[in-house]
Design a protein around this ligand. Structure first.
Ligand code: HEC
Length: 243
């Protein structure tokens, strides 16, 4: 075995060919699954894109490093499914750029956290986790509720997402700041545009409890409340499997 390697290394050309062959096998193994991607990612009619406010919340989630402690992928294992709900489908992260599946669970998986708690609970938990979960060791993010949300550049974020395949329309991009404001300000004239562009099921409410004053807390809570609810596909699939 070692003699073989010794001889191989002494013949430059043969060694190069062997390296190319081995790297080629590795490359093929990595690339091959992409050929079947159209079968891997389910097509579901009710999958919707993130609203501008949810995109902003997602950006804050990334900025604050929430993914370092929270995964967003429920595995097919029975323990996972019993604790968190139907296992994650590929289509559910179809519009996630970058994906936030994560690999570490210091805290629970968040793939189906949406609508599990009230907005008030989410805000109280983020301001100081120990107020609602006394034994929690999650850091506090109280400043999010004091920081006004920057909305001016949301159209640019959405245009960038469109470049990588998220089907935002020109109208959605042009109205991004107004829609972000409207989604957290139900009584404002901007609110109607949100449901018009993103569907009647979109959550339009003052997530952090201060209508007209849109903060980073509103954005993050809007994002958390939609996790697992962009499509019903996983629930439908689980119900079918149970029959
Ligand atoms: C240092 C690790 C850590 C970081 C960073 C972290 N968390 Fe947590 N998180 C936890 C732990 C541990 C729990 C479980 C205890 C609790 O509920 O507070 C938790 C619980 C949660 C829950 C409740 C989950 C459930 O099903 O009950 C939510 C929602 C949440 N975190 C959101 C976030 C968000 C959003 C961020 C980023 C702004 C974040 N976390 C950052 C550790 C972390």
């Amino acid at each position: 075995m070692f003699g073989f390697h010794y001889r191989l290394e002494r013949h430059a050309l043969r060694f190069v060919l062997a390296v190319v062959l081995v790297a080629g096998i590795g490359g093929f193994v990595e690339i091959a699954p992409l050929f079947t991607i159209s079968e891997t990612v389910e097509t579901v009619p009710d999958m919707r894109v993130y609203t501008p406010l949810e995109v902003a919340g997602r950006n804050i989630y990334i900025r604050e490093g929430c993914y370092a402690c929270h995964s967003q992928m429920i595995r097919t294992l029975r323990d996972d499914v019993e604790r968190y709900g139907p296992y994650s489908l590929a289509v559910e992260s179809k519009y996630d750029h970058p994906m936030l599946w994560g690999s570490k669970r210091t805290g629970p998986d968040l793939a189906r956290i949406g609508a599990k708690y009230s907005d008030e609970w989410q805000v109280a938990h983020l301001v100081n986790p120990r107020d609602v979960v006394p034994e929690s060791k999650m850091p506090a993010y109280a400043w999010l509720a004091r920081t006004p949300l920057k909305m001016g550049d949301l159209g640019l974020h959405m245009a960038a997402l469109r470049r990588v395949g998220v089907p935002y329309t020109d109208e959605m991009i042009a109205n991004a700041p107004g829609d972000a404001y409207g989604q957290a300000s139900p009584d404002s004239p901007y609110a109607a545009g949100v449901t018009k562009r993103y569907g009647d099921a979109t959550n339009v409410r003052a997530f952090a409890g201060q209508p007209g004053h849109v903060t980073e807390m509103d954005a993050l809570v809007a994002y958390l409340q939609i996790l697992g609810h962009l499509t019903d596909a996983a629930h439908v699939q689980q119900a079918q499997a149970a029959q």
